[in-house]
Ligand binder design. Structure first.
Ligand code: ADP
Ligand code: MG
Length: 241
């Protein structure tokens, strides 16, 4: 579903991504773990074309992400939902408006938007919060709004950048459960970035470990976590907070 080959990215002198290659299969939850500053967010931003790569190729569902026109870039981005650590909600708008915003940008009809918003709040479990402002919601509820918004354009892929890092352990588990449901019920492929081992262990099928801007290791979560305690211990030590 997502094929990244020899991705290279520098910010001035800082070589952030070095020859990174990854393949995320359709329907899987793929984890990307590494300590802070390893380039995980930059990688997601490159996939979403929010950041321009210096080299390498990115392919989404067979389509190379090389576009000349901004219209093509917008169409490509439509296929990708994204959620963040700090939710990025429109604070002055209510839940309904937050979820509807992308559809309004794309010129959907009022009726289409209304049906979709009501379907999405059910999926993420916040039917009773439709007309609340984000400030009246808990962290977990805010992330549910963000997830609903990310699903509004029926993406093939959901990119999650530390989406549970601002949440307490119990809320983290409920959001991970929701992501698992979305993956299983809607068939959406998820690429999930985190610095927390427990998140990977909870829901990911496969995992890649980023170290010094490279993919240090990649494989099934069960194999990486059980068979290679050495490299993991090192990583754990480095990512422990
Ligand atoms: P991670 O998400 O793994 O914590 P990031 O991708 O956010 O890492 O950042 C990787 C490195 O790139 C960091 O050293 C960060 O300071 C740097 N960086 C990220 N974005 C920019 C930017 N727009 N300009 C300059 N440096 C950046
Ligand atoms: Mg980051």
């Amino acid at each position: 579903m997502i094929k990244i080959k020899n991705l290279d990215k520098s910010f001035g002198e800082l070589h952030v991504l070095k020859n990174v290659s990854l393949e995320v299969q359709k329907g899987e939850i793929f984890g990307l773990i590494g300590k802070s500053g390893e380039g995980k967010s930059t990688l997601l931003r490159c996939i979403n074309l929010l950041e321009k790569r210096d080299g390498g190729t990115i392919t989404l569902n067979g389509q190379a992400a090389d576009f000349k026109r901004s219209r093509e870039v917008r169409e490509y981005r439509k296929g990708i939902g994204m959620i963040f650590q700090h939710f990025s909600l429109l604070e002055r708008q209510n839940v309904y408006k937050n979820i509807a915003a992308p559809m309004e940008c794309w010129g959907y009809s009022k009726q289409e938007i209304d049906e979709k918003v009501r379907e999405l709040v059910k999926i993420v479990g916040i039917e009773d919060k439709l007309y609340e402002k984000p400030r009246n919601l808990s962290g977990g509820q805010r992330q549910r709004v963000a997830i609903a918004r990310a699903l509004s354009m029926d993406p093939q892929v959901l990119l999650s950048d530390e989406a549970t890092s601002a949440l307490d352990p119990q809320t983290t588990q409920s959001i991970l459960q929701l992501l698992r449901d979305i993956n299983e019920r809607l068939g959406i492929t998820i690429l999930l970035v985190t610095h927390e081992m427990e998140v990977i262990r909870s829901i990911c099928h496969r995992v890649a470990i980023m170290e010094h801007g490279e993919v240090a290791d990649c494989g099934k979560v069960s194999e990486i976590f059980l068979n290679q305690p050495g490299s993991l211990k090192r990583l754990l030590g480095e990512t422990a907070e």
